[in-house]
Design a binder for this molecule. Structure first.
Ligand SMILES: Cc1cc2nc3c(=O)[nH]c(=O)nc-3n(C[C@H](O)[C@H](O)[C@H](O)COP(=O)(O)OP(=O)(O)OC[C@H]3O[C@@H](n4cnc5c(N)ncnc54)[C@H](O)[C@@H]3O)c2cc1C
Length: 312
């Protein structure tokens, strides 16, 4: 971001493939986007899920499965293949502090020195997020642990001559408020805590109305947050998403966009509407001098490529 010289940069987020799929599926999505010179690529982290399998006598057996493993391996492969910074997401959920430290040691040894520090959601079968017994309850605590490691402070304070890491830390924010926060103001206060604990920049949840982003940035600045706030963007691609996106991500869709999507005869048309909307959003943000635009690719690069070709 510091090297961007006032030019808006392009970046994107990918998901690890479902277990059993080859890493080539990731490269096939990244390849078409490399011509836009992303300074970094984010790779999401997916925690374990509980599934119940029927065994004899109608009894159910609880199994713990990770459907999308491989975040760290994919990051190492991206850095190796494309010479571009890969940013693994790291969660509080499912991690003890010791697990976190060991995860960070692996990243450090692999020369991965960027991380996106997140709390994670509740596991699918539970309503509320539950931290591990020896884990973190909020992303702010995770940021503090990473910052400690950057100062050479490990959990075992008897370690002698321990080497410090050099992580640049990103955190999440929600222009339309995190679903659990009682108010946007309280959410911003906790966001400020993440920055005070050592986070270097913020990436926002997707939004479809730039005014919400600009208002949020103003509020953050009033609260004393001065780090870059990178907007997260996602083009709508299917009619179903009109309901899925608000349900899953707790964001509103502008009336004008809804009307255009409802008019569409099929998802090919929806995709076109989504791409045009996202291009308009991107161009306005670019004009406002935002250093980086971050696209949620959800494993599909074709519409992101169309957008990037128009914007960058
Ligand atoms: C850019 C981005 C990337 C994401 N990537 C992933 C991913 O890869 N994998 C994944 O599973 N999920 C991911 N998520 C989803 C994220 O994990 C969830 O939104 C989660 O519910 C909150 O994470 P957080 O880091 O914002 O949590 P936090 O910052 O911990 O905030 C969670 C809630 O607690 C409140 N809060 C914070 N600190 C305190 C405190 N000290 N006391 C009381 N309340 C507090 C906040 O206001 C908020 O309501 C991502 C989200 C975004 C925006």
């Amino acid at each position: 971001m510091e090297k961007s010289n006032g030019q808006t940069q392009f970046s994107f987020e990918i998901l690890p493939p479902l277990k059993g799929q080859h890493i080539q599926s990731i490269f096939d999505n990244i390849d078409p986007l490399m011509e836009f010179n992303p300074p970094f690529i984010d790779v999401t982290y997916h925690r374990e899920e509980y599934v119940y399998k029927e065994v004899e006598n109608g009894l159910l057996k609880k199994q713990v499965v990770k459907k999308r493993p491989g975040t760290v391996g994919i990051c190492a492969a991206i850095q190796n293949k494309y010479s571009v910074d890969a940013i693994p997401h790291i969660l509080c959920g499912g991690f003890t502090k010791e697990d976190t430290e060991n995860f960070l040691v692996d990243l450090d040894f692999l020369d991965i020195d960027n991380v996106m520090a997140l709390r994670g959601d509740a596991v699918k079968s539970e309503t509320y997020f539950k931290p591990e017994k020896e884990g973190h309850a909020y992303a702010g605590e995770l940021v503090a642990q990473i910052s400690d490691l950057n100062r050479g402070r490990y959990l075992d304070d008897e370690l002698q001559n321990s080497s410090s890491t050099n992580f640049c830390i990103g955190v999440a924010a929600y222009p339309e408020k995190h679903m659990e926060a009682p108010s946007l103001e309280s959410d911003i206060q906790f966001l400020k805590k993440k920055i005070d604990n050592g986070a270097n920049y913020i990436v926002t949840q997707m939004f479809f109305d730039n005014k919400k982003y600009f208002d949020f940035v103003n509020k953050c600045q009033c609260a004393g947050i001065t780090v870059p706030i990178i907007p997260g963007l996602k083009p709508i691609a299917t009619k179903k998403q009109l309901n899925l996106i608000p349900h899953r991500f707790h964001v509103d869709l502008p009336e004008e966009l809804i009307i255009e999507v409802v008019k569409c005869k099929d998802n090919k048309q929806v995709r076109q509407v989504g791409v045009e909307w996202c291009i308009a959003q991107s161009k306005e943000l670019q004009k406002a001098g935002i250093p980086v635009l971050h696209y949620y690719s959800m494993g599909k690069s074709d519409n992101i490529k169309t957008i990037a070709s128009e914007v960058f």
